[in-house]
Design a binder for this molecule. Sequence first.
Ligand SMILES: Cc1cc2nc3c(=O)[nH]c(=O)nc-3n(C[C@H](O)[C@H](O)[C@H](O)COP(=O)(O)OP(=O)(O)OC[C@H]3O[C@@H](n4cnc5c(N)ncnc54)[C@H](O)[C@@H]3O)c2cc1C
Length: 414
Amino acid sequence: MKTYDVMVIGSGFAGMAAALFAANRGLSVVQTGATGGIDFSTGFIDLLAVHPIAEQKVWEDPFAALAALRRDLPAHPYCRVSDDEISLALQEFTNFLGQHGLCYRGRDKKNTLALTSAGTLKPTYLLPCTLWNGVEAREKKANTLIVDFHGLKGLSARQIAEVRKDWPNLKTARINFPGMGGELYPEHMAWSLADPARRAELAEMVAPLAVEAQYVGFPAILGMTDTSIVLRHMEELLGRPVFEIPTLPPSIAGPRLRAAFDRGLPGLGVRTCTQKLVTRAESSEAGFHFTAGSGSTSVDISARSAILASGRFFGKGLKADRHHIHEAIFDLPVTQPENRGRWHRPAFFDPQGHEINQAGLETDAGLRPLGADGKPFHPRLHAAGAILAHQDWMRMKCGAGLAIATAYKAVASL
Ligand SMILES: Cc1cc2nc3c(=O)[nH]c(=O)nc-3n(C[C@H](O)[C@H](O)[C@H](O)COP(=O)(O)OP(=O)(O)OC[C@H]3O[C@@H](n4cnc5c(N)ncnc54)[C@H](O)[C@@H]3O)c2cc1C
């Protein structure tokens, strides 16, 4: 049986990034995992926007926020990664996505306020290029038409206009999607727009409504694997800049990201065991033996080192029984609230968040998870992403950024 240099456990943002970074450094990589946060993501790559959580202080400069965070929270996993490493990680990650049809854009050392499907603004660091004209249109308060569709849940143009009272030149229209009726799904719509004739039909319906508009916005449905081509064609047909707005999760951003990795990672030599979870793990001085999946389709895997990117509860990296939280694969010690009574605060929307959302693994400076004796559990086991303790990515708005940065550090430490 082949022994791989690295087994990556997880195919969320952290697992995908770890597989990419390891393969780019010439390591032989095998990856397992099933559905993760990436499949439900809106496509934004948040670096850090809120700190401290209790004050809900929002930062325009994520690197200034990182400096403050490192001063205030010395156990936060961002303290294990330097600004340079973060920048290099994001660059390598988005370059790869760009090569596989998903262009990303942001401002140097500055968060951007991106429009959400609810009409609110979310501070994020990098966003799909197909959203960018929407940022400009809103900032300029330009004459803009947002189109939505009968039968499509997950985005209401009228709601956006009602929330964005500060954008008086925003108009809306609801139309039928050409060639489809009943309940509509973004993925089906996106695939159908791979056909240039369908785009022409759509543009013909929108053009008379957009006579006064400088920009036209659509729900995120403009193509699946060729978004920039579809967007450019719609711009040509409508004669004005076009943009997308992410729909409610699960939006199309997740399938687009997964498709980019499915196309790109095998080309780098990564062996992917899709939709398979590790069901058995053994470690020795020489390395690791895993079984992924169960029954007749299970596979046995040997690797000299491993990166644990199995997420928190949503990803299934952590599991909770009535009283305790456990790490699901190696049974590593999990830092967690003293007792169940402290998992959650009484108020669901308490600005301080809930202690359970900071549960996870302790690591050394090289992101090696610590065992019960306080020493690295294994010299070549590293951890990355949401499974790390002392961070509440949802409230700090640092989900994908933290996953990518810690994956970079974990691979570097190998
Ligand atoms: C609805 C939603 C929207 C989000 N939107 C954004 C956003 O706009 N911007 C942003 O920056 N972040 C966003 N995030 C957060 C971001 O997706 C997470 O922070 C990030 O996914 C954490 O990544 P992760 O890879 O560490 O964990 P996860 O995404 O949870 O992935 C864990 C992976 O490990 C795998 N796994 C678990 N157990 C095993 C096992 N036994 N064997 C093998 N594999 C295993 C899972 O199958 C999964 O593939 C969003 C998350 C959600 C849920």
